[in-house]
Ligand binder design. Structure first.
Ligand code: DLL
Length: 439
């Protein structure tokens, strides 16, 4: 079979050449960050590390880590490494106002990011003959803009659908003969079900592949989606902080995602001690950008748990592969593709005058995440009529929607009815774990 790559010279580089390139880029990027990002320079100074101390890849372990908290502390401009006039875009994670992570991009950063997405599309069999339907969200979320840009680079006809309005998605998919679908795996499964409900069989659509990511999904889910849509389903990974989707992507082997190592250096660390672990070990994934201009990050702790392996891949790509993320080392949940922290929920409740007695219940029913928050009503509200209670629930719901970007079901429950814990409070019951989804 003819192998297709978007940038073969990079994607099939000899491993020694990748390492040499990474080393050269790392040395430059560290100096660039030291010279231009005061926040990180201070961290390096605190540790007594200077850019000259970084002379080879393994020296990276001398550098301090960066965490989401650092990025929040530095919000909005503290991590910016270039003049604002050189920046052309921001993207952002969902999160508390004022506490969002805001990532900046120069045009070169956008080009690099879109090329990474183009590699993913070509690895999924895409070319300028394809019609790529992008139903990741557009806007501050990186999913829509990233895959949209990648599809342009490939020269595919791009359908910038954004998420939601499933009837319209299906109409465009069928009328315009979409061949590649890009969305979260749970939305892909939902589209599959909706097609079936409308009486379509998998062979009635022209789709051949899907590029699905932004949330954890299982091999079982992959098989379900492949069957219901009649496609091959490819995984794609990324995070706002490093650029967005396309940091790594799957090839036809479907055994893990190749990391775009010419732009990102990956390490696996022990989440408790920070020690760098050898290849093949399970631990927390840490990324260092190698050539970003606006928002370069050195040793950024993703909190995603995975394993890196550099086994020979039948696709011919030489980039190291990461396994599907197997969980997180923090309390972030991904619900319907949106990142949710219990602390955000607590902040909303405290703001509205409730005590922090709540329980978050998450499950996956018919491939869609369910999300309920039980909140203890205030003792003085206990005698409220059902109508008044419903009104209060709606008020909490709209405040949650504003904070999180998604709508939970809110249930006000009797005072003192949520079990108190004697140790660490159990705030989250995530039943998706029972069906093998490693949230
Ligand atoms: O989710 C970027 C993205 C968009 C990736 C579209 C793929 C497709 P954030 O909203 O910043 O960015 O969330 C990043 O999502 O740290 C992981 O925990 C999780 N995640 C992303 N892709 C995958 C995946 C986008 N393929 C966080 N499998 C990351 C499992 C994923 N988890």
């Amino acid at each position: 079979m003819q192998k297709n790559y978007y940038q073969p010279e990079a994607e099939t580089m000899q491993v020694e050449d990748i390492k040499k390139l990474q080393e050269e880029k790392l040395i430059k990027q560290v100096k660039y960050v030291y010279d231009n990002v005061k926040y990180y320079r201070d961290l390096m100074d605190e540790r007594g590390v200077k850019p000259e101390d970084i002379t080879c890849l393994s020296d990276i372990s001398k550098l301090p880590f960066l965490t989401k908290d650092d990025l929040r502390e530095a919000y909005p401009y503290g991590m910016l490494a270039t003049d604002l006039k050189n920046c052309v875009r921001i993207q952002s994670t969902s999160g508390t106002t004022g506490k969002r992570v805001v990532a900046f991009y120069t045009q070169n950063d956008i080009d690099m990011w879109e090329e990474c997405c183009a590699r993913a599309i070509v690895a999924a069999g895409g070319s300028n003959e394809d019609v790529v339907q992008v139903c990741y969200g557009y806007g501050l979320f990186t999913g829509g803009p990233g895959l949209n840009g990648g599809s342009h680079k490939v020269g595919s006809l791009t359908l910038p659908m954004s998420s939601g309005n499933t009837n319209r998605q299906i109409q465009f998919m069928m009328d315009l003969n979409a061949t590649i679908l890009c969305c979260t795996p749970s939305y892909a499964a939902y589209i599959g079900e909706s097609l079936k409900e409308k009486g379509y069989k998998p062979e009635d659509n022209k789709l051949k592949a899907g590029i699905f990511g932004a949330e954890p999904w299982t091999e079982e889910m992959r098989r379900d989606i492949e069957k219901s849509l009649g496609i091959k389903a490819y995984d794609i990974y990324g995070l706002t902080e490093t650029s967005g989707p396309g940091v790594s992507f799957e090839c036809e082997e479907q055994t893990g995602m190749h990391i775009n190592e010419d732009h990102f250096y990956a390490e696996i660390i022990d989440p408790d001690t920070g020690e760098v672990l050898p290849e093949g070990s399970k631990g927390e994934l840490v990324f260092t950008s190698l050539d970003k201009e606006a928002f370069p990050l050195l040793r950024y702790r993703t909190r995603d748990i995975t394993i890196l392996t550099r086994e020979k891949c039948s696709c011919g790509r030489t980039f190291i592969k990461m396994k599907k993320p197997m969980g997180r080392s923090d309390d972030m949940m991904i619900i319907r593709g949106v990142n949710v922290f219990p602390s955000q929920i607590e902040a909303v409740l405290l703001n509205l005058g409730y005590a922090p007695n709540y329980l978050i219940l998450v499950d996956r029913v018919n491939n869609t995440d369910t999300f309920e928050i039980q909140v203890e009503m205030l003792p003085e509200d206990f005698s409220d009529t059902p109508k008044v209670i419903t009104k209060k629930e709606k008020k909490i719901q709209s405040a949650m929607k504003e904070m999180l970007g998604i709508n939970p079901t809110i249930r006000l429950v009797a005072p003192k009815s949520i079990t108190r814990s004697e140790g660490k409070a159990v705030r989250v019951i995530d039943n998706r774990k029972k069906i093998g989804i490693n949230i």
